[in-house]
Design a protein around this ligand. Structure first.
Ligand SMILES: [Zn+2]
Length: 465
């Protein structure tokens, strides 16, 4: 073939194909980078929402009331909306434009959750985001003469109310394994460790009584007995039908502290189902009068595990046009610094070297180590208003807490100076260390968690739960 012919073939056939292909690739790359930018913007907004929520709730020294929680959630939502608007380069006035792509924002808290989502305003006929009423992690069990409602939490605490035979009961408490816990008079032993701290002992005694009561009265309840509180999500509960595992029997092999126990698998299943059902409903209602079909994405099991064990914020963003595609993403951030729950991951230990450690850090000096809730080492903002030259001036200052918090083994309280300790580099900063676990350290961890849970429990007793 002559060279001219080849050139003609190249210009007429191959060149357009190359051009088209490179245009297509460029569009694909544009969509990909746009998708990444949107996801990054959403991540930042959810992170900012959690940060605002954390700061507000930790600063709140006095109250834990429902009203103060709603105020803190609303403040966090405002932060989310302005962070998102900023990320999209939209000024504050046009925040609503971006919010139309947010079918839901979820705050999973200790014993329930809030959904912030659009509903139709009956007067204007337009969608408007509102904070819906708090939904508890509840489920109803019916079996024989038992008809009770159980309110689960993100840990081993639960509240029970309803009828057992002809008796109406209301009980709340922490659950512990009856296999691992032995109480003999004033002697408390958990998994081979003798507990000596007075509040920790009180925690274990009360948990033992409560767990024994639950096992005696409700031990026969199986997963198959679970029913929704209302009628509307009846169908989704049929997945439990025929399941015969006893979920509230703690005599053998069902450790409420073990993440994979029957109790915890069921507890997580119930909370997940409740959140999914209510999110599906919220998104379906938003889809009714929208051009986009909003839907609940499928979250990975590992993501649910994180969400169902921590206070967290989940943001959904959907329906933004991106060339040929439409953006559909979500982001979640957990908040381990909170006052509402105590876990092995939310406590830390100070030693006589002035350092803050994890319980299994080899750098920690065991003798004289003291356990604390970790959030106490976060700085708080203190507001002071003073009369200066005839007018009031408000100053805000970040400071450490100094309050009576540490209880000595004899029951007395000591003033503790949180500002004078610094994070250990090995365990708290770089997380690069070889774990050391012995009975002294296990006892320290068990007692700290139990003591702090007991103090939270006392708070809920004040509320007459
Ligand atoms: Zn350390």
């Amino acid at each position: 073939m002559r060279l001219q012919n080849l050139t003609v073939i190249f210009i007429i056939i191959i060149l357009p194909v190359i051009l088209l292909f490179s245009m297509y690739t460029k569009t694909q790359i544009d969509v990909l980078s746009l998708q990444e930018t949107y996801t990054a913007t959403l991540n930042v907004a959810v992170y900012d929402a959690v940060k605002a929520f954390k700061t507000n709730t930790l600063n709140d020294l006095t109250s834990k009331s429902a009203q103060s929680m709603i105020r803190d959630v609303n403040a966090s939502i405002n932060t989310f909306a302005s962070s998102l608007a900023l990320g999209f380069g939209v000024d504050g006035q046009n925040q609503d434009y971006i919010m139309q792509y947010i079918p839901a924002l979820v705050y999973t808290l200790y014993d329930g959750y809030y959904i912030y989502s659009p509903v139709i305003n009956q007067t204007t006929g337009e969608y408007e985001h509102i904070l819906k009423p708090y939904i508890y992690y509840t489920v109803r069990y019916q079996r024989g003469n038992i008809d009770v409602v159980v309110n689960y939490t993100l840990d081993n605490y639960l509240t029970i109310y309803g009828n057992i035979g002809s008796e109406y009961v209301t009980k709340a408490g922490y659950l512990e394994s009856l296999e691992l816990l032995t109480i003999n008079g004033d002697n408390v032993v958990y998994d081979g460790i003798t507990i000596t701290d007075s509040d920790a002992k009180a925690y274990y005694k009360s948990a033992y009584d409560f767990t024994q009561w639950v096992t005696d009265e409700l031990g026969e309840i199986t997963e198959g007995d679970a029913k929704p509180i209302g009628d509307w999500d009846q169908e989704s509960y049929s997945q439990f039908a025929g399941h015969t595992q006893q979920i509230l029997n703690f005599e053998a092999g069902n450790n409420p502290r073990d993440d994979n126990s029957i109790f915890n698998s069921h507890r997580k299943g119930i909370i997940k189902l409740s959140i999914q059902n209510n999110l599906n409903a919220a998104m379906a209602s938003y889809s009714q009068n929208s051009s986009y079909y909003f839907r609940m994405p499928v979250l990975q099991d590992t993501e649910w595990d994180q969400i169902l064990s921590n206070i967290s914020v989940i943001g959904f963003m959907q329906g933004i046009p991106m060339g040929m595609k439409i953006y559909n993403g979500y982001s979640y951030v957990v908040n381990t610094m909170n006052k509402e729950m105590v876990t092995e991951d939310t406590v830390c230990f100070t030693d006589t070297n002035g350092k803050i450690h994890k319980y299994d850090c080899p750098q920690m000096i065991e003798s004289g180590a003291i356990g604390h809730k970790q959030y106490l080492f976060e700085k708080i903002q203190v507001e002071t208003t003073e009369l200066v030259n005839g007018s009031y001036e408000t100053t805000r200052e970040w400071t450490f807490r100094t309050q009576s918090d540490y209880q000595n083994p004899d029951g007395s309280y000591d003033q503790f100076d949180y500002g004078s300790y610094e994070l250990c580099y090995h365990c708290m900063v770089s997380n690069d260390y070889t774990s050391v676990i012995n009975n002294t350290r296990r006892k320290l961890l068990l007692e700290t968690v139990a003591r702090e849970k007991y103090r939270l429990y006392n708070k809920s007793n004040e509320l007459n739960i």
